[in-house]
Design a protein around this ligand. Sequence first.
Ligand code: SF4
Length: 102
Amino acid sequence: MSSTNRRTFIMGLVAGSGVLAAGAARAQAAVAESDPQAAALGYKTDTTKVDAKKYPKHDASQHCGNCQLYQGKPADATGPCPLFAGKVVHKEGWCSAWVKKA
Ligand code: SF4
């Protein structure tokens, strides 16, 4: 294998692994409201469905997308949250750990 071919081959491997990594990120499961930790935090996939009696400080303007802990991109419907390792939360969701994004 010439050095040009080797470089092309390696670049192909790097590009391919990037695609795989992106695919894996997209395939991450969304947190279910029935998940024990989600239930303990009062997580809802839709902030307008939060129990107002149980969480009187909740406001419909609060959602994962404007939470300090949310790690998703603005254009994505879901994104990672460190409270739910290996899963993603809905941008329009909410849980009692919500903290206003600085
Ligand atoms: Fe959403 Fe923030 Fe709760 Fe994570 S901590 S689930 S981003 S409201």
